[in-house]
Write a protein that binds this ligand. Structure first.
Ligand code: F6P
Length: 321
């Protein structure tokens, strides 16, 4: 039996560990495993390789993806998808395993509608995929942000400055909320409440003033990119408090680096289950981790059902700050 893998959308640490696991588990089950380069683009343009055991050596600890990845808008066109289906048929691929975020799961669902067996494996630093408590790469990105907050705190306190730190997450506040809790931020702006809303700006200014009155030398505020621009927030806070503000947009540095042990284990576990499902001829589902158990969820749910910030956790983060 032949199966294929691709990695698609924004890269995330642990994608390599996931594709290594698909290859090694697949070969152990006597499958032939192919990989398409650059996500759906390589699938459409028939750019592939046949994996062997060694071709995934020494990648478990490497960020990014050796298959490379792409955001391939042309895949929205039906003719493009038909070419992809033809390429899979020519190689006699029985199941395509897609490692990526919710846009990638939508692509997999579209292929499944054309009769291709597809299984999704969630990988995104944003942790914004319905059907799994954690997506591969989130834990590593979170630890990267927490490490950077530690460094920012040193310079912030030395200069008695306010730091407005913008973190990734598109429309999802998971990186902001978790890093705010773990990094001891003084305030977190989540996508649910725009950072430039009067109420938020007032609250932030009060926090800053209260901290200075209490003798604190610095303030760290995290702005999730879905909540607004740190640059704008920085200007507004400076105008309102008259204090020195610096802005730090962490950007793509959050996506790189060696995956954490948690992400490697998550990747291995979910990818191996994806191979089991391929062998069982299952299709149209994504594997995910729910309450420490591997479960499956229909692909369509992964990108249509909303992911909301846990209000209790947000409340707790605010109490602890
Ligand atoms: O989905 C991962 C992510 O890093 C988001 O947090 C961010 O909004 C987006 O990708 C950035 O995309 P790109 O790398 O294409 O600029």
């Amino acid at each position: 039996m032949n199966i294929a893998i691709l990695t698609s959308g924004g890269d995330s640490p642990g994608m390599n560990a996931a594709l290594r696991a698909v290859v090694r588990k697949g070969l152990a089950e006597k499958l032939r495993v192919f990989g398409f380069y650059e996500g759906y683009r390589g699938l459409t343009e028939n750019q592939y390789l046949a994996f062997d055991h060694e071709s995934v050596s020494e990648i478990i600890d490497r960020g990014g993806t050796i298959l490379r990845t792409a955001r391939y808008k042309k895949f929205l066109e039906p003719e493009t998808r038909e070419r992809a289906v033809a390429n899979l048929k020519a190689l006699d691929i029985k199941t395509l395993i897609v490692i990526g975020g919710n846009g990638s799961m939508a692509g997999a669902e579209k292929l499944q509608e054309l009769g291709v067996h597809t299984i999704g494996v969630p990988a995104s630093i944003d942790n914004d995929i319905y059907g799994t408590d954690y997506s591969i790469g989130f834990d590593t990105a979170l630890n990267t942000v927490v490490g950077l907050l530690r460094k920012l705190r040193d310079t912030a306190s030395s200069h008695e400055r306010i730091f407005i730190v913008e973190v990734m997450g598109r429309k999802c506040g998971a990186i902001a909320l978790f890093s705010g809790m773990a990094g001891g931020a003084d305030h977190v702006c989540l996508p649910e409440t725009p950072a430039m809303e009067e109420r938020q700006l007032k609250q932030m200014s009060e926090i800053v003033n209260r901290r200075y009155r209490a003798g604190k030398t610095h303030t760290i505020i995290i702005v999730s990119e879905g909540s607004g621009s740190a640059e704008e927030v920085g200007r507004a806070i400076h105008e309102r408090t008259g204090r020195e503000v610096r802005v730090s947009v962490l950007g793509h540095i959050q996506r790189g680096g060696s995956p954490s042990a948690f992400d490697r284990i998550l990747a291995g576990t979910l990818a191996a289950r994806a191979v089991d499902l391929a062998i069982a001829q299952e299709s149209g589902v994504m594997v995910g981790l729910k309450g420490n158990r591997v479960q499956t969820v229909p692909l369509v749910d992964t990108y249509t059902k909303p992911i909301e910030t846990d209000p209790e956790l947000a409340e707790l983060a605010s109490i602890l700050s």
